[in-house]
Design a protein around this ligand. Structure first.
Ligand code: R2B
Ligand code: URA
Length: 310
């Protein structure tokens, strides 16, 4: 059986705002190929392409992250319609990446393995590009817990399926445990910004991260289900009592990796439904589309405020 190793790696704060790469092997490499992004240190001038990036926004769907970049382009008052923004990772169809002004928008797919691959390469990219003082935000969808559909949850703590603030990963056969702290001040700053986009409820709460959308989130409507409706509700109510307000599939890995690399990170997800009321996502596509714009509108207000555009 696997041994458990609790790591006590602490992000160092005296990095001068640079990204901290916690890998001594990287220094010995003459070239770094960021395979899934179709970028590399020999083939691309990463400092010229990305050195002035200050905000990185990540989300599951490539189309949504393109739409976010186009929306940001308009919100920043930049020239042109933004309709013609090019996919920087066009050479691969694993992830899509767009930039406008100081904002980078990247898709991460669904689930921890997918976001984790993207974050390894993105964090190295920010390091190679010598970016400073980067804020990174995941904008996503989620299932709400005891909150109205369409509410936006700003995560204070990302917890696992046992409601613990930890991210576990098997490394060389051992379980490595990393903490999932997010930036408190950033969460409060985002909540303050939500007053500028007042037409939907925004709250701060714990976000539970699971390895599955169906059984892993206590759904009764998957291809398999090993529990009763009573057990499901008992679990979801316990999660709610532990402070969980929404459920998604990337936040613990995102918080752990960004935190250890010294990036100020936040998670902002809209709830597509209230899981205490059901499992299936029944809202019409048009309603869901508008829900998914809510985190984008909040982040646009935040970035504009940070840039003094108000
Ligand atoms: C939220 O939505 C996706 C599943 O529908 C998943 O990526 C997540 O975290
Ligand atoms: N994404 C999830 O992970 N769960 C939901 O219920 C909805 C979106």
């Amino acid at each position: 059986t696997a041994r458990t190793t609790v790591t006590t790696e602490e992000p160092k704060s005296e990095s001068g705002g640079l990204v901290l790469i916690k890998n001594p092997h990287l220094d010995t490499m003459e070239e770094d190929i960021l395979y899934h992004l179709d970028l590399g240190t020999r083939t691309h001038n990463l400092p010229a392409m990305f050195g002035d990036i200050k905000f990185v926004c990540v989300g599951g769907s490539p189309n949504r992250m393109k739409a976010f970049a186009q929306f940001m382009h308009k919100e920043l008052g930049l020239e042109g319609s933004g309709e013609d923004l090019a996919d920087i990772c066009a050479g691969t169809d694993r992830y899509a990446m767009y930039r406008t002004g100081p904002v980078l928008s990247i898709s991460h797919g669904m689930g921890i393995p997918s976001i984790s691959i993207m974050l390894h390469e993105l964090i190295k990219l920010l390091h190679h590009a010598k970016c400073r003082d980067v804020t990174i935000i995941r904008i996503g969808t989620s299932g709400g817990l005891g909150i109205e559909a369409g509410s936006v949850v700003i995560t204070d703590t990302a917890v696992d399926a046992s409601f613990q603030p930890r991210f576990e990963q098997v490394v060389l056969g051992d379980v490595v445990v990393r903490s999932t702290d997010l930036d408190r001040d950033l969460a409060e700053e985002l909540l303050a910004c939500s007053k500028e986009v007042p037409d939907f409820p925004t709250l701060i709460g714990h976000t539970m991260c699971t390895y599955d959308f169906y059984e892993g989130q206590g759904r009764l409507d998957g291809a398999l289900c090993s529990f009763s409706s009573e057990k499901k509700l008992e679990y979801l109510k316990r999660a709610h009592e532990a402070g969980v307000r929404n459920i998604e599939m990337e936040s613990t890995a995102f918080a752990a990796m960004c935190g250890l690399c010294g990036l100020k990170a936040a998670v902002v997800c809209v709830a597509l439904l209230d899981r205490l009321e059901g499992d299936q996502i029944r809202a019409p596509r048009e309603v869901l589309r508008e829900y998914q714009q809510r985190p984008q509108r909040l982040i646009a207000a935040f970035i504009r405020r940070r840039l003094g555009l108000h």
